[in-house]
Ligand binder design. Structure first.
Ligand SMILES: *Cc1c(COP(=O)(O)O)cnc(C)c1O
Length: 415
């Protein structure tokens, strides 16, 4: 975008894009101090298990396993599919690269499925056209924290024998009458990166699962063990004598019929989980702050002809990770708004360029025209603005005032 050439440096922004998406303070410092001053291993499990128990209750899922990042959560989720040539995976194009990155190395065929122009979430009608009996998984995002159309999507996916993987990186704190994101599909992947709704010392993630066998595999992969297919037939007695000195003695009891792949170490540290527990205490307040900022900005946008907001289905609650609005007056008007906001000291970061048009996916044959709604949205329509709870009241005032000015100016010139 030409806008980047006019960018003020970060220190000139009066309202900057979120370097941090959550409030961090005394409670987090106290949690860290308690871990560091204690005597137990810094790789112990007590805070991790407590953090996972709270997340399980909050999300309403069956299993919640923390990992080192949202990217690693997605890598492990996709690994569980055991994809082979001929398999297909459906992915939303309106997302961060990590959602589909593991598929770059997969023998499966990736099909990008277009989105809804109001929600920017996967469009169930478009999915009906893209899904086939070869589809092994549908990977969607709750864009900006706004819950996707899960009942329609899971029904369609399950009717085709496909799993639904929810990228919930934006969605911690969101809910629907049917449950929270991360409990609605088969596998959920969350991020606790610094910019997200809560953080575990800057990096961290979570996998939620409905299925016990898949959860067992995730635990093995995460905890530096081998991803195996279990069988009663293949017991080994080779280590029986050494059994009392083995860390992972249950390996001997289960029997291994096949080694799928090596495991890894994706375990989140005690310090990170202690901070995560403190962050969860703040989550409700931080989402309420995001809601207040979004309501304020929505009121500004709705009052100007030619601009619309990303609405949420009645009864659902968005986690408002991103603030999104739309310019319906064409690319020139949208560009004018971006440039005006930048000049006024409001840092705009647009999320996200259609994934199928990024170099790595174009090199695999994906082209403009595959997802017309996502493309038009990116090139002509959508605006993202800061809405993180760390914004001061003064910054929210500046944001609302400058947004109003920029939209009215574009509206009067282009409407
Ligand atoms: C942040 C993000 C990820 C990756 O999470 P990390 O913890 O940064 O690895 C994946 N998907 C989406 C949509 C994200 O916004």
């Amino acid at each position: 975008m030409t806008v980047s050439q006019t960018h003020a440096t970060d220190r000139h922004y009066r309202v900057a894009a979120p370097a941090r998406g959550s409030v961090v303070g005394r409670a987090e410092i106290a949690a860290l101090t308690s871990v560091l001053e204690g005597a137990s291993s810094l790789s112990a499990a007590s805070r991790r298990e407590a953090f996972e128990a709270e997340l399980t209750a909050l999300i309403g899922c069956r299993h919640a396993l923390t990992v080192t990042s949202g990217t690693v959560a997605l890598e492990i989720a996709i690994r569980l599919l055991d994809l082979e040539a001929g398999d297909e995976v459906v992915v939303t194009p309106q997302t961060f690269q990590a959602t589909a990155q593991p598929l770059l190395e997969s023998p499966a065929t990736v099909r990008f499925c277009d989105i809804d122009p109001v929600t920017l979430n996967l469009d169930p009608d478009a999915l009906a056209d893209v899904i086939t009996h070869r589809t092994r998984a549908v990977i969607l995002v709750h864009y900006g924290g706004r819950p996707a159309e899960m009942p329609a999507i899971t029904a369609l996916a399950h009717a085709h024998g496909a799993l639904v993987i929810e990228d919930c990186a934006h969605a911690l704190g969101a809910s629907t009458p049917a449950g929270a994101p991360g409990s609605l599909g088969d596998i959920g992947c969350f991020s606790f990166h610094s910019s997200k709704n809560i953080t575990t010392l800057g990096e961290g993630g979570l996998i939620t699962l409905a299925d016990d066998t898949l959860a067992h595999r995730v635990r093995r992969i995460r905890d530096n063990r081998i991803d195996i297919r279990l069988s009663d037939a293949a017991r080994s007695a080779a280590f029986t004598e050494l059994r009392p000195w083995l860390i992972y003695a249950d390996e001997l009891d289960t029997g291994v019929s096949e080694i799928r792949r090596s495991g890894t170490n994706a375990t989140l540290s005690e310090a990170a989980c202690a901070v995560g527990l403190a962050q969860l205490e703040r989550l409700g307040q931080m989402i309420a702050r995001r809601e207040a900022i979004v309501d304020r900005l929505d009121a500004v946008v709705s009052a100007v002809p030619g601009f619309t907001t990303q609405t949420t289905t009645p009864g659902d609650r968005s986690a408002h990770h991103l603030y999104t609005a739309f310019c319906e007056l064409g690319a020139d008007a949208r560009h004018q708004v971006l440039a005006d906001l930048d000049r006024a000291g409001i840092q705009v970061q647009l999320r996200y360029a259609p994934l199928h048009l990024t170099p790595e996916w174009q090199l695999r044959g994906h082209r403009r025209g595959e997802c017309p709604v996502a493309e038009r949205d990116w090139f002509e329509r959508h605006l993202n603005l800061p809405c993180q709870p760390t914004l001061s009241d003064d910054q929210v005032d500046i944001l609302a005032t400058e947004l109003d000015r920029a939209l009215r100016s574009a509206s009067s010139r282009h409407a």
